[in-house]
Design a protein around this ligand. Sequence first.
Ligand code: HEM
Length: 321
Amino acid sequence: MAPATLLLARLAVACALALGAMAQLSPTFYDASCPSLQAIVRAGMAAAVQQEPRMGASILRLFFHDCFVQGCDASVLLDDSPTLTGEKNAGPNANSLRGFEVIDSIKSQVEAACPGTVSCADILALAARDGVNLLSGPTWAVQLGRRDTRTASQSAANSNLPSPSSSAAALVSAFASKGLDSRDLVALSGAHTIGAARCATFRSRVYNDTNISAGFAAKRRQICQAQAGASDGNLAPLDAMSSVRFDNGYFRNLVAQFGLLHSDQELFGAGGGAVDSITAQYARNGAAFSRDFVTAVLKMGSIGPLTGSSGEIRANCRKPN
Ligand code: HEM
């Protein structure tokens, strides 16, 4: 074969392999092997969200922190053990991630119905979707067929998850390194329309930033002392208007300088360029946000999955088999 033809042939094989990895995920993956899966996850999430609406937010965040570290492989769910250092004690996760018991409970019901069949990574992807939808957000067909990793990476959790002190440029580059563009970044950040943050993560914003509504900053300072200490764990809603409703309130806040995290406000009026106009669009048009969130969360859910014979189907989401 001529060198150019050989190169083309190699490129074609590489493309087919890449597409093959994506094509292995499918919304119908468990239709035959575990027909009750989606109903079990939905019922588990409905009970959890009814008991505590914030749980919808906590599970969505777990999914994000899973996918950004080694891909969506349930690495975030692994406990530390004498032979494994998990991700739960990484900086962005420690004293912060929650909802592990909800996933455990859903997993044990799925195991009872379909033993050894459904990965923890797929259960998390479905549970995140249901959490959003149960808080009045959109729904979507979840791509399935991920398998669970046998390893975790605390160092990748520390370096790949963006910090709340990030600039717009740092956020754009953290998302770009996962194959997500600026529109995905802004749409996915709209997840902060639900849930809460601790004073430790917004202290510097409410004491030091100048692009913040003065009244809003004063109100948040009341529950968040200037010095680190007893108030570190005090919570404030990420969306001051409606933290248990998945709507475009987060973006309307940003336009009014009500962003709770420094990184949130970087998406509007901080010289971020392209991100500003996307934020303004979502603030005006909730349907555009909803549509783009679905596109972006599907992209996030397809980051680096283990498929085929890689990884395993964990029996217990907290430890490798
Ligand atoms: C753009 C970069 C992001 C940064 C810097 C960031 C940072 C944070 C921080 C600091 C908190 C509060 C944690 C605490 O105080 O314990 C938080 C909460 C949250 N994050 Fe993000 N986040 C980002 C993107 C995302 C994405 C992409 C999603 C999901 C698609 C997400 C979903 C959530 C949710 C739902 C909560 C509330 C969790 C709860 O109430 O339990 N975040 N985030």
